[in-house]
Write a protein that binds this ligand. Structure first.
Ligand code: SAH
Length: 339
């Protein structure tokens, strides 16, 4: 890869890498730190970096751009949730959601344009995977959301562990002491269950909360709704989750979307209790957000309450649905990609 290509995406780089780049332009290495600091304070152009020499800014402007992601649209839900549509440098589009809670603001970011996992209830995979986002494109969603955030959830479009290198680079960038300094403890990463990548993440020992989209207590039900279950059996998934907890001491959050008549019966609750007995985890029941033209119905609220009461294996919460009037709720982020 030529140097020019390597440095095309300055938002993806660490201070040391930017310094190396500055040295390649016969500039002092500390300019790299200066640029990192500007970028992480939200600068969208080199012209804003007023403590860089003018001729350097002009030179950088010719070869590189730090403008993307561009905000194309921001929708506001009745409940205060905002959905932000971003355009990337090549025209691909992704979305983020900003959610207000009593305890602070969370941002949900996308890691891929589209998704190739094919979960049958989710809108994000409707037209497959266009491409992975770079670490800088994921970070740009945080730096440009124009809001001070307390928590980050990597649960937008895409499967973060299918874009492992860029997602973990992003985690190191967003928590960098010279940048946003977001604590890894305030970050959750959601996966449909890529077992080898969960093991890889667990070896990194980052104290990030792992949310696992379980959605069924047995292989048979899971395979009907999630193709990934055909690749990795549920026992292997649970064994990896156990490992993850042992390495990071972070409790796993098991996500369970409530689909009427599919995974919400008494039998499923009993099986879930057996599956998760002895695990250090937490179950998060998610009311299903309808996605046209998927064949599912949401479970009745009473059914969700009863199901929650039947679960004795770990703590249970029912996720509040935010942003559904603007299609910003779980599984609804799709950036109008041929839907
Ligand atoms: N690929 C990751 C993250 C993206 S989706 C994953 O699979 O975990 C974030 C969460 O929303 C996942 O738990 C996902 O299964 C859930 N979800 C997807 N579609 C949904 C829908 N229509 N209603 C409610 N939750 C949904």
């Amino acid at each position: 890869m030529s140097d020019a290509k390597r440095f095309l995406d300055p938002l993806s780089l660490f201070p040391g890498e930017l310094s190396e780049f500055m040295e390649s332009l016969n500039q002092p290495a500390w300019r790299g730190k200066q640029i990192f600091s500007w970028l992480h304070r939200g600068a969208k152009s080199f012209d804003e970096m007023t403590d860089l020499p003018k001729n350097l800014r002009e030179r950088l402007n010719i070869d590189f751009s730090v403008e993307a992601p561009f905000e194309v649209e921001r929708l506001q839900s009745r409940d205060g949730t905002q959905k932000i549509l971003w355009e990337l440098a090549d025209g691909e589009r992704v979305e983020s959601a900003l959610m207000q809670y009593e305890t602070g603001t969370s941002l949900c970011v996308s890691t891929q344009a589209g998704c190739r996992q094919g979960c049958s209830f989710c809108a994000s995979c409707a037209s497959g995977l266009a491409r992975n986002l770079t670490a800088g494109e994921i970070l740009g969603q945080v730096l440009r959301c124009r809001t001070q955030i307390n928590r980050l959830v990597i649960m937008g479009m895409g499967e973060p562990l299918d874009n492992f290198e860029n997602t973990t680079r992003f985690l190191r960038l967003v928590s960098h002491p010279e940048g946003k300094k977001l604590s890894l403890r305030n970050i959750s990463i959601s996966t449909c269950g890529l077992v080898p990548e969960i093991d890889r993440l667990s070896l990194l020992g980052m104290p990030v909360t792992l949310s696992v989209s379980l959605h069924a207590p047995d292989d048979e039900t899971r395979r009907k709704i999630m193709p990934i279950a055909k690749k990795y059996p549920i026992d292997a998934l649970i064994a990896s989750c156990k490992h993850y907890f042992q390495n990071t001491r972070r409790r796993i959050s098991y996500e369970y979307v409530m689909l009427k008549g599919i995974n919400d019966t008494d039998i499923h609750a009993r099986k879930l209790n057996r599956l998760l007995a002895g695990q250090t985890g937490h179950i998060n029941l998610i009311p299903y957000n309808p996605v046209y033209p998927r064949p599912y119905q949401p479970s009745d609220p009473d059914r969700i309450r009863i199901f929650a009461r039947q679960l004795s294996c770990c703590d249970v919460t029912v996720r509040r649905t935010l942003g559904s009037d603007i299609n910003a709720a779980c599984g609804q982020l799709a950036a109008k990609r041929n839907l």
